[in-house]
Write a protein that binds this ligand. Structure first.
Ligand SMILES: N[C@@H](CCC(=O)N[C@@H](CS)C(=O)NCC(=O)O)C(=O)O
Length: 207
C-alpha cells in the first residue's frame, strides 16, 4: 500500500496516525508529493491532484474518511470511523470534519497576499470557529486514560493543529479551556506529536 501525502496536510495526517495506530506502517509506503504541480505523481492516479490518496493494487482511494475505514479493515481492527447505523457517532464525526474543513478554508485565506485577502471571509470564519469551539467547550470532557484515536477526534486534533500552526486564533486555549485540556491529552500521544505540522516540512499550497 502507498499513501500519497504532504507533510502538513491535516487530512493526510489523520490517515498517517490511523495507519500507525493500526500497526500498518511496515506495509505502507509514504510518498511525499508537492501539490499544484502538473508533474505531481498523484495526477495520473486521481485527476483532481488532491491528497491524501491511498493505493493498494488496483485500488486508488481518496477522501481521508474512506482511507481510514480501509486502514481500519486492513489493520488491527481498532474502530476508527463511525459505522452507519450509529447515527449519533456519524453526526459527531460530520461536525468535527466540518470544523476541519472550515479551518482549512480560513488557513488558505490568510496565506494569500495580504492585499487580496477578504476581511469579510476572515470575520465570518472567525465567528464560525468561535461558535464551534464554544459548543465543544460546553460538551467535551478530557478523556480518561488513552484518548481514542477515532476519525471524529482526529478531525478535531488536526483542525486545532492547523489553528496553532497558522496562529489563526491566539486566544483559543484561554477562551476554550476544556477544549485545550482535551487537546493536551492528544498532543501527548506519540503518533499525534510526531505528525504535527511544522515549518520545516512546509509545502506551500499557493504558488
Ligand atoms: N475532503 C478531502 C480533502 C482533501 C484536501 O483538501 N486535500 C488538500 C491538501 S490538505 C489538497 O490536496 N488540495 C489540493 C490543492 O490545493 O490543489 C479529504 O477528506 O481527504
Amino acid at each position: 500500500m502507498k499513501l500519497y501525502y504532504t507533510p502538513n496536510s491535516p487530512y493526510a495526517r489523520i490517515c498517517r496516525i490511523v495507519a500507525a495506530q493500526a500497526g500498518l506502517m511496515a506495509r505502507l509506503e509514504l510518498v511525499a508529493v508537492k501539490l499544484r504541480t502538473t508533474d505531481s505523481p498523484v495526477i495520473p492516479l486521481s485527476p483532481m491532484g488532491r491528497i491524501p490518496v491511498l493505493t493498494d493494487g488496483e485500488l486508488v482511494l481518496s477522501e481521508a474518511r474512506h482511507i481510514c475505514a480501509y486502514l481500519e479493515e486492513k489493520g488491527d481492527g481498532t474502530p476508527t470511523v463511525a459505522p452507519y447505523g450509529d447515527w449519533q457517532a456519524v453526526a459527531a464525526e460530520a461536525e468535527t470534519l466540518a470544523f476541519l474543513d472550515a479551518v482549512i478554508v480560513w488557513s488558505r485565506e490568510v496565506r494569500r497576499e495580504a492585499d487580496v485577502q477578504s476581511g469579510f471571509l476572515k470575520e465570518v470564519a472567525d465567528q464560525q470557529m468561535r461558535r464551534e469551539l464554544a459548543h465543544l467547550n460546553g460538551t467535551r470532557t478530557a478523556p480518561d486514560g488513552d484518548p481514542p484515536l477515532t476519525f471524529e477526534a482526529l478531525c478535531l486534533v488536526a483542525a486545532l493543529g492547523i489553528l496553532d500552526f497558522y496562529d489563526l486564533m491566539p486566544d483559543w486555549r484561554e477562551t476554550y479551556p476544556i477544549v485545550a485540556e482535551w487537546y493536551a491529552r492528544y498532543e501527548a500521544v506519540p503518533t499525534v506529536s510526531e505528525t504535527a505540522p511544522s515549518a520545516a516540512a512546509m509545502n506551500p499550497l499557493t504558488r
